[in-house]
Design a protein around this ligand. Structure first.
Ligand code: ATP
Ligand code: MG
Length: 400
């Protein structure tokens, strides 16, 4: 590359912009999270601009790798690679030709789109468009200018500190930086829904820990590994988190032995919520997250959800509540959890399934059935045996 030119990454943050006096806190969290995904072994500098971050590579920084990593950082609205050039018209001309040569890829038409935030710069945006357009058309005679529907657009941004040349911007993961929105406990089954529910809440800036109810030996070690895999995939977005594995066998057996068959599922759901609330309180989480969606199954009718909800005294977030299964599946393909979820290992819910589960349970009746067993005592006992697994994003999600 020419003298006075360097490539860097520009990150535009989204909603963080709307945070008024709290903005520095959000921006610092974003920087911290970017530092975490890049890791200690790479060298770069982050400079804060107005509504943007500039990530300037140093020795050995891999821009391709960093681009992939940035796609998974919440709080990033858009980002792109750009060439930083001295604000000298001749240098801008030379650099745009260099840059264009790489960006062409068989294109036949182009346009230049200039924005001049530095009003001191002598040429106006339209003049720069014309100047560069003519220069590029000279350098690449097969290219036509097409301002309406070009194959390639070259963006030029003239700012106070320098000029930036780049092609398209890429959409980031959106949302807010993880760690700015409190902490919640996400109930992770091995299914398709719960990982997306967790992901959506994390995207709002909420730090997570994950909780899985395991009914060994009714459910296998493999099903636990699958949940670890899902948690690792989530950790690609959230950073490190803890996964709590709650031994649920005794409680499930007690439900099956002492409660009416058609109430098994709803009571099991309530016991999970009670266990989850205990874990959440113990780990300073302020809310629970589940993958429920209205009427998807018998335990997710409005009546069932009401009875489930009544088991806890803490907000329960259900971000999938109004989503269709098809939409959920498409989304989970994008976030990389779908292929893990469809591995065939069953979770505990499929083991003790009644033939005719109630779809309109009554809270009084359910409480009456529950009073046959000291479930609170059992949950407290099980709490002592909860296993804690530290989930690190750098580990492979798929487990052989
Ligand atoms: P999923 O696809 O997430 O398993 P589901 O449609 O199968 O959801 P249910 O089995 O009724 O629905 O579970 C509803 C929610 O309860 C799940 O989305 C999850 O948040 C939680 N949940 C269910 N089973 C477990 C489990 N074994 N461990 C932890 N959470 C669970
Ligand atoms: Mg399930």
């Amino acid at each position: 590359m020419n003298e006075g030119m360097k490539e860097l990454l520009i990150v535009k943050y989204g909603e963080v912009m709307l945070k008024g006096n709290n903005r520095p806190m959000f921006v610092n969290a974003l920087i911290r999270n970017i530092n975490e995904v890049f890791g200690d072994s790479v060298r770069y500098r982050i400079r804060k601009g107005q509504s943007m971050l500039y990530i300037e590579p140093e020795e050995g920084f891999d821009l391709d790798q960093a681009t992939k990593q940035l796609r998974r950082v919440f709080g990033v609205l858009l980002f792109h690679r750009a060439l930083e050039v001295e604000k000298d018209p001749e240098k801008i001309k030379a650099s745009s030709v260099d840059y264009f040569a790489k960006a062409l890829n068989g294109s036949r038409s182009f346009k230049i789109e200039t924005r001049r935030t530095d009003k001191q710069f002598p040429q106006r945006s339209q003049e720069i468009n014309n100047l560069l357009g003519a220069h590029i058309a000279d350098a690449f005679p097969h290219l036509q200018v097409d301002v309406h529907d070009p194959d390639v657009t070259l963006f030029v941004n003239i700012r106070k500190e320098a000029a930036y040349i780049y092609r398209d911007k890429e959409r980031g993961a959106g949302g807010l930086p993880v760690g700015t929105g409190g902490k919640a406990t996400a109930l992770l089954s091995g299914g398709i829904d719960s990982p997306l529910a967790a992901w959506l809440i994390a995207r709002r800036g909420v730090a997570l820990n994950a909780l899985h109810f395991h009914s060994y030996p009714y459910t296998s070690e493999r099903s636990k590994k699958k949940v670890i895999g899902l948690a690792r995939q989530l950790a690609q977005y959230t950073g490190r988190m803890n996964l709590y594995v709650f031994p649920f066998t005794g409680i499930q057996e007690a439900i099956a032995d002492h409660c009416p068959d058609d109430q098994l599922t709803i009571i099991m759901r309530r016991m999970m919520m009670k266990g989850a609330e205990k874990i959440a309180r113990k780990t300073s989480a302020q809310a629970l997250v589940t993958g429920e969606s209205i009427a998807q199954v018998a335990s997710q009718t409005m009546e069932s959800l009401t009875v489930t909800n009544a088991a806890v005294d803490m907000p329960v977030f259900r971000p999938l509540i109004g989503m269709d299964k098809e939409e959920i599946i498409d989304f989970t393909r994008q976030i990389g959890t779908y292929n893990i979820s469809i591995e065939p290992y069953s979770d505990c819910c499929t083991i003790f399934v009644p033939r005719h589960p109630q779809t309109k349970p009554k809270l009084e009746k359910i409480r009456e059935s529950e009073s046959q067993v000291d479930f609170d005592g059992m949950i407290d006992k099980a709490m002592e045996k909860v296993e804690v697994i530290e989930i690190k994003p750098e580990e492979e999600a798929m487990i052989e």
